[in-house]
Write a protein that binds this ligand. Structure first.
Ligand SMILES: [Zn+2]
Length: 503
């Protein structure tokens, strides 16, 4: 099938030729009736594009869709030309044009199709460098623990450019920006972010204007940042809860989260109000109930989870909003002294509208910004030193890229140490670590050695033991960052009591 205007192609500079071919394939894929086939063609095109984009020779650009081997049926007529026009991606389109296209797609095919369009645009415009995302390490979901069915997942984020050893990115994403900060609206389609586009909308409940954009290095499927159009401080209020629920209602199945509003409890930018979101099944949503309460036709579940989390479930948005706000208010302003200092009380939130149950789920993580009381203990900071954000509270660890090399080095050090020792009982205190890896000494002793002693009967590799150690560590990090300890029924009961008094 001839989808290429060869004359036009020959006149393009070589740097644009790959892009041109890629776009033609996308345009062709848009005509496919079956969604699965359309996606398959697009995925294949994307993969080919990223493998070949840096190569100069046109020989590498030959692209064949495996129509025959996969048994795809080629569209026969031109009935999809309208759709083709709407979904064709041109990286030079303005924010206004991209916005219009997204509105059309969302109205016709739903929010996921709209989001996919923005993703496709963002990868094509190179705002998202998809090939960098493949550098990340995602370990298998971890279930070998006391929290039944909660699939914690540890990942190592190697996609951010600053982690490449010995290289400084030419253009730092974090230093150059328009407006007052890196997430201000003025950055869209700006000189330093020419490939950035967003989806703009108004919250029905609060009237606030927002835009939703992909971060340059998304952590998982549908990872978006939802940003207030104005550069205003992050401050949790009733509007925060209204907005989270409103966005959830318009995007069933999507998970919309808010970091806290106190320094040291996960928020990276307290100067510009924003939400984090993802089309992803976070582990915390699988947690079972430790204790259940009822209020205002809502169920409040204290979850069996390493950090204190209350889940409010209800069929009516207003009731969920009301109950969630009362719980937030009780935590924020209630008297939990002397254990907790009231001015430092805050929360992290995540919410969703469950499509099958037709029910709102609103999760409140209790946080308190007292440092270092509710920070990760020093011996675990070799794994993660940064503050623990909402996605981590939800069971997805995003660990620094340095760990990739450090863990593989530790693995060799441990294998050498174990194979060169003649003693039956190894003294890991004698292990020799260089300066960079000295920070892991206590951790090796507390996790690796303990696990190794436990698993002497089953053959387990050093690598597996290190991964297991990281999984255990992540659960302990969640415990450390929780201001309410796991069996503190008293504080949870008190929280509910304060909430019910506030009528
Ligand atoms: Zn800003």
């Amino acid at each position: 099938m001839n989808i290429i205007n060869h004359l036009a192609l020959s006149q393009l500079p070589s740097s644009r030729k790959v892009l041109y071919l890629y776009r033609r394939v996308f345009r062709l894929a848009n005509q496919w009736e079956k969604e699965s086939e359309r996606d398959s063609i697009r995925d294949e095109a994307r993969d080919k594009f990223h493998k070949n984009m840096y190569k100069a020779e046109l020989d590498y650009l030959t692209y064949t869709i495996t129509i025959t081997t996969k048994g795809y049926s080629i569209p026969k007529n031109d009935s999809h030309s309208k759709q083709q026009d709407e979904t064709t991606i041109d990286i030079n389109m303005t924010q206004k044009e991209i916005q219009m296209i997204q509105e059309t797609i969302i109205n016709r095919d739903g929010w996921r199709a709209g989001m996919k369009y923005l993703y496709d645009y963002s990868t094509l415009s190179r705002y998202i460098q998809e090939e960098r995302l493949h550098l990340n390490i995602n370990y298998e979901p971890y279930l070998n623990h006391q929290y039944t069915n909660v699939p914690f997942q540890v990942t190592i984020n190697c996609s951010k450019p600053e982690i490449i050893s010995g290289q400084t990115p030419k253009e730092s994403h974090y230093n150059q920006f328009e407006g007052k900060c890196v997430i201000c609206y003025e950055n869209i389609a700006s000189k330093s972010r020419s490939g950035l586009r967003a989806y703009e909308f108004t919250c029905n409940q609060s009237g606030a204007q927002f835009f939703r954009q992909f971060p340059p290095y998304p952590y998982f499927n549908g990872h978006n940042v939802i940003i207030d159009r104005r550069h205003v401080d992050q401050h949790l209020t009733i509007d925060t809860i209204k907005e989270l629920l409103d966005i959830c209602e318009t995007m069933p199945g999507y998970k919309v989260a808010s970091n806290s509003d106190r320094d040291g409890t996960g928020a990276t930018n307290l100067l510009h109000r924003h939400y984090q979101a993802g089309d992803y099944h976070f582990a915390v949503f699988y947690a079972q109930t430790k204790k259940e309460y009822h209020h205002n036709d809502c169920t409040i579940r204290w979850l069996n989870y390493p950090s204190a989390c209350l889940q409010i479930r209800g069929l009516q948005r207003e009731q969920v909003e009301n109950t969630s706000f009362k719980l937030f208010n009780a935590w924020r302003n209630g008297d939990f002294s002397p254990a907790l200092q009231q001015p430092l009380q805050t929360c992290s939130f995540i919410a969703t509208f469950d499509e099958t149950e037709k029910m709102f789920h609103f999760l409140i993580f209790a946080r308190n910004a007292q440092q270092p009381k509710f920070l990760t203990r020093p011996s675990l900071q070799c794994i993660k030193k940064e503050f623990v954000g909402i996605f981590e509270m939800c069971g997805r660890a995003i660990l620094p890229g340095r760990l990739k090399d450090q863990l593989s080095r530790l693995e060799s050090i441990l294998i050498d140490f174990e194979s060169n020792s003649n003693d039956d009982a190894l003294d890991y205190g004698k292990i020799v670590l260089d300066q960079e890896h000295e920070i892991f000494r206590q951790w090796i002793n507390d996790y690796y050695v303990q696990l190794k002693n436990l698993t002497t009967t089953t053959p387990t590799t050093t690598k597996q033991l290190l991964i297991e150690s990281m999984n255990h560590t992540f659960i302990d990090i969640l415990r450390d960052n929780s201001p309410i300890k796991e069996n503190d029924f008293e504080t949870i009961d008190k929280w509910i009591e304060i909430m019910k008094k506030d009528l």
